[in-house]
Structures are given as structure tokens and as C-alpha cells.
Design a protein around this ligand. Structure first.
Ligand SMILES: [Zn+2]
Length: 324
């Protein structure tokens, strides 16, 4: 692409596939993709069709395929996301997940009591979600759906923002569908303006994985993503800790100030329904897992300190024996 999302055309070369916008510091793909190419008309051959989920993710990018992901994501990223959702809006808020993939997060949100649905571009993956999780999923893009304005509480866009050829237009459409106090939950790669391509290569930085110029069209910095949402009149933004913090950023953003719920209140809501209790049980297990990992880190540090002490004492004994 020869132009940044912000309209600026003065770009400085970053690598053979990306430039940096001089004005907002977003990393701009030189390959690019048109809004038309985003659509899936032929599920077998179009970029975001069936093969994207079956072969491209697995063979080209080295991620587990959609069958594995539909099992693994639930206990990994989906629970992390649910905690944030509960913090900012309680069930039974109405949620739309843009680019919901296999649909496990939509399923988990419904389990927790949200009224959640999803959209995807490929009819094949839409059917996959419906069959696998028995959830409502529609074929996108969002502009084609019959969703009334001011009707949604939350829109979730995970690993989607970086794929959008016209992010301002898509986000404005999202805000049209959201109620005035609604928010968007976003996970997207985080570019840092001090990053230098040869240094990234040298240090084998995890961010290199995000440089997929045929699909990651814009890679934002914290500042440029705030500018992007600012253009949509959404200036209330709160960055949360990303589950993949070595290359992602994660935030909620709204046109009105964000209100927070305490854990006690969200637990009461989950425990008030049978399916909510199942979601709470998963969250309890996650808490226990996090506590165990912390404990393990502590034990490892302690073990290392003792091992060093043994080494020092052994050397002292050897020294004393020599002196004898
Ligand atoms: Zn820019």
C-alpha cells in the first residue's frame, strides 16, 4: 500500500515488505489487500476461505489447525478475554464478535450469560462454528448484516484490526451499531516505534511473527491505535495486560468513560445461573493455575539460590582442604 490508514503518504522503508508512516508511526504493509479481497466468494480459492483455516494457518504459519484451536483456545485466551469482559460489562449484555473463527469465545460468552453472536467471512468457517458450538454466526462483512443501530453493548475484535484494509470505515460502522456507552475489546499486534528491523532479526524477536504483509496490513503502536480510535470519537481507552504480551496489545475502547465492576459483583452474576456457574468454575480453575505457576516460579528461584549456595560452600571446603 502506498498510503497509511491516517491518509499520510510519506512512508519510510522499514523492511522489504513494510514501511513506517512518518506521521502516526503505524507499520504499513507494502503488499496490501483491497476490501473486495477480504470477502470470500469462492471458499476453496479466496484468501480468507476454507484453506486459510485448514492449511494456511497450519502449514504456512505453523499454528495448530482450526480443529485443535477450537479445543485449546477455550482454556487459554478465551478465559483471559472473559475476565476483561466481566470487568467492564456484565451479562446479559449483547455482544458481537467480529471475526469469531471457530466460535469458541462466542460459546463461552453465551455460557457466561451474555447474548453473544459472531461473524466470519467464509461460509465454511461459519458452518464450522455453528456445528461445533451451536452458536449464532453470520457471514460478514459487518456492513452487510441487518443489525439495528445503537443495539449492541460490546464488539469484540481479536486479531482482526490488523487485517482491515479500511479500519476507520469498519470501526465507524462498529460504533454505529454500539449503544452510546458500548465498548470495543481489541487484541492486535503492538509495533513499537523504536523497533528496528535488523535488530529484530538479530534478537529473533517474537514480533517478527507478526510481519505477514499479505494479511497484516497495519501494525499499530499504542499511540497510533489511540489516534485511530480518536478519529472515531472514541477517546476512552484502557490498555489491559495482553495474554501474548511479547507481541500483542490488548485494550477496551469507548466513546464514553468506562465503568468497572468488582470481581465480587461479576461472580454473583455468574453464580446466579446454572450455565454461569460452569463459566465461573473454569475461571476458578484458571485462578488456581495462575497461582500454581507463580508458586512454581518461586520454587525454581529458591532451588537455584540453594544450588548456588551449595556451589559456594563446596568451593570453600575444597579450599580449606587444600590449606590443610
Ligand atoms: Zn499514519
Amino acid at each position: 500500500m502506498s498510503k497509511c490508514w491516517c491518509g499520510n503518504e510519506v512512508l519510510r522503508l522499514f523492511s522489504s515488505e513494510y514501511s513506517v508512516c512518518d506521521k502516526c508511526q503505524t507499520l504499513v504493509s507494502l503488499v496490501g489487500m483491497s476490501p473486495e479481497q477480504l470477502k470470500v466468494k469462492n471458499d476453496e480459492h479466496d484468501f480468507y476461505g476454507k484453506q486459510y483455516w485448514l492449511n494456511h494457518q497450519n502449514l504456512d504459519l505453523g499454528y495448530p489447525d482450526i480443529h485443535m484451536r477450537s479445543r485449546n483456545d477455550l482454556t487459554e485466551r478465551n478465559l483471559h478475554w472473559l475476565v476483561t469482559l466481566l470487568k467492564y460489562k456484565l451479562p446479559s449484555a449483547k455482544v458481537l464478535e467480529l471475526g469469531c473463527s471457530h466460535g469458541s469465545f462466542v460459546a463461552l460468552m453465551n455460557q457466561a450469560g451474555y447474548k453473544a453472536s459472531g461473524i466470519e467471512m467464509s461460509p465454511w468457517v461459519v458452518n464450522f462454528g455453528k456445528k461445533t458450538f451451536n452458536i449464532p454466526v453470520d457471514i460478514g462483512p459487518i456492513e452487510n448484516l441487518n443489525i439495528p443501530n445503537d443495539s449492541l453493548d460490546i464488539i469484540v475484535i481479536m486479531d482482526v484490526l490488523e487485517h482491515l484494509p479500511e479500519p476507520v470505515q469498519t470501526l465507524n460502522q462498529c460504533f454505529k451499531l454500539l449503544k452510546p456507552d458500548g465498548f470495543i475489546l481489541v487484541q492486535t499486534p503492538q509495533f513499537k516505534s523504536e523497533m528496528n528491523y535488523s535488530e529484530l532479526l538479530e534478537s529473533k524477536a517474537p514480533f517478527l511473527e507478526q510481519l505477514k504483509s499479505d494479511e497484516h496490513l497495519f501494525l499499530f503502536t499504542r499511540d497510533s491505535v489511540s489516534q485511530l480510535f480518536g478519529l472515531c470519537n472514541a477517546k476512552y481507552i484502557k490498555f489491559e495486560s495482553a495474554i501474548f504480551s511479547h507481541y500483542d496489545m490488548y485494550f477496551v475502547v469507548s466513546r464514553q468513560p468506562l465503568k468497572e465492576n468488582t470481581t465480587r459483583v461479576s461472580e454473583q452474576v455468574l453464580l446466579s445461573s446454572a450455565s454461569g456457574r460452569m463459566a465461573q468454575a473454569l475461571l476458578d480453575l484458571r485462578e488456581r493455575e495462575i497461582a500454581l505457576i507463580e508458586q512454581l516460579k518461586h520454587c525454581e528461584a529458591d532451588r537455584y539460590a540453594r544450588w548456588e549456595q551449595i556451589g559456594t560452600l563446596t568451593n570453600m571446603v575444597k579450599e580449606m582442604e587444600r590449606e590443610k
